[in-house]
Design a protein around this ligand. Structure first.
Ligand code: NAI
Ligand code: NA
Length: 396
């Protein structure tokens, strides 16, 4: 079929298999250009199909020849119905990995469930024996708790009073004011239940009890801090509470891993266009200004550049892992540079529907958004008939 983008709000309902495959190849080539690191050998990535998790899987496999198992929740393809992009990304990744002689298998289902954890445990036991790196990169709007069956929905709201500031609809370029009422205690707790550290810890406990973590194993989850501009809706909002919990969980997990000399880290990453971040109010306007400033300074990075740097200069650095005063890895260091933030803050004050096309990188935002779904990717012929039904070679 000929597949074109069909959008509704901040989501795109279709995705293009060849565009997704091309994106994966570009990421693989980037990692290869960075040279082989003395990195992980057997890796489990939870949330492996898009964004930072996919970049982590690619960096593991093509940066240090690691065997990888990916867990994700994606819609398969069917005749006349394109898959979700993470399905096509994974199909491409596993095809390229196999061609390179690398082990790559995956499990599609709800990572919050006991069933998917057990399936993953069985697969590691059968095929890898143990893993030395576990990446936890889930971004989900809801979680059904495996013990109680209760389903929690996360919200993106401020906590300390109502919030009102600029936002942009990146499809139309219209800058408007958004006002959000503060969350109540239940909404805060629900967001922490979805995006906090409880499920990460459940994974690590289950893997450790099954003796599937190698001596010295590392686990990493991803967090975000961001500037004062976005603080009311992000770091001091409901999602920020969840990230506080995630960061505290890293310390608990490290305690739990003492006897195998293992360690849990949180890496604070840069704001980037992903399916998860495009849903957060105010963030798209911030990102479009940030991209403009960082590109002008030659320090812009995407997911693959970020994660490649995470592995090379941080996790597998020769002289140990550099961390901040709270024990976190900071690959948001370039985003948070004072010169960058001062410029973004000045542009923020000027941003209107009329000025944004010139002062912000709205085009870059849009291109990145469509790229997530395999559209607007260079070298792909979108008028060509493509087979929308694609198998994931290592799917269990
Ligand atoms: P994403 O939406 O690109 O990736 C989410 C992944 O989780 C996908 O592989 C998806 O299939 C998987 N997933 C979602 N629900 C699942 C479920 N129930 N079971 C199994 N898999 C499931 O998101 P992104 O942006 O890569 O986020 C990953 C982490 O990075 C999140 O913790 C996010 O907060 C963090 N982060 C994101 C930043 C950004 O600007 N995008 C910045 C800093 C941190
Ligand atoms: Na991810």
């Amino acid at each position: 079929m000929i597949i074109s983008p069909r959008t509704r709000g901040f989501i795109c309902l279709t995705s293009h298999p060849e565009g997704c495959a091309q994106n994966v190849l570009t990421q693989i080539n980037y990692v290869k250009s960075q040279g082989l690191t003395d990195g992980p050998k057997k890796v489990l990535v939870i949330g492996a199909s898009t964004g930072f998790g996919l970049a982590s899987r690619i960096t593991s496999a093509f940066g240090s020849n690691a065997s990888t198992i990916g867990v994700y929740f994606e819609k398969p393809s069917a005749p006349g119905k394109p898959a979700s992009p993470g399905w096509y990304n994974t199909a491409a990744f596993e095809t390229f990995a196999n061609e390179a002689g690398l082990y790559a298998k995956s499990i599609n289902g709800d990572a919050f469930s006991n069933e998917i954890k057990q399936k993953t445990i069985d697969l590691i036991k059968a095929d890898l024996g143990q893993v030395d790196l576990v990446i936890y990169s889930l971004a989900s709007p809801r979680r059904t708790h495996p013990a109680t069956g209760e389903t929690f929905n996360s919200v993106l709201k401020p906590i300390e009073g109502s919030f009102s500031d600029k936002t942009v609809d990146f499809h139309t370029g219209i800058v408007s004011t958004v006002s959000i009422d503060p969350a109540n205690e239940e909404e805060i707790a629900n967001t922490v239940a979805v995006m906090g550290g409880e499920d990460w810890e459940m994974w690590i406990t289950a893997l450790k009890e099954a003796n599937l973590l190698a001596p010295g194993a590392t686990t990493v989850a991803y967090s975000y801090i961001g500037p004062a501009l976005t603080e009311p809706v992000y770091r001091k909002g409901t999602i920020g509470r969840a990230k506080d919990h995630l960061e505290a969980t890293a310390l608990d997990i490290t305690d739990q891993l003492k006897d195998i000399n293992g360690k849990a880290y949180v890496s604070v990453n840069k704001a980037l266009v992903t399916q998860a971040s495009s849903a957060i109010p105010v963030i798209p306007l911030y990102i479009s200004l940030l991209y403009k400033v960082m590109k002008a300074k030659g320090i812009h990075e995407g997911c693959i550049e970020q994660i490649s740097r995470l592995f090379k200069d941080n996790l597998y650095a020769k002289n140990g892992v550099p961390v901040d005063e709270k024990g976190r890895i900071r690959i948001d260091d370039w985003e948070m540079r004072e010169d960058v933030q001062n410029e973004v803050t000045a542009l923020w004050a000027e941003a209107t529907t009329e000025t944004l096309p010139a002062i912000g990188d709205l085009e870059g935002y849009k291109t990145d958004f469509f790229n997530l779904f395999g559209f607007e990717v260079p070298k792909v012929d979108y008028n060509a008939d493509v087979n929308e039904v694609v198998e994931v070679p290592g799917l269990q």
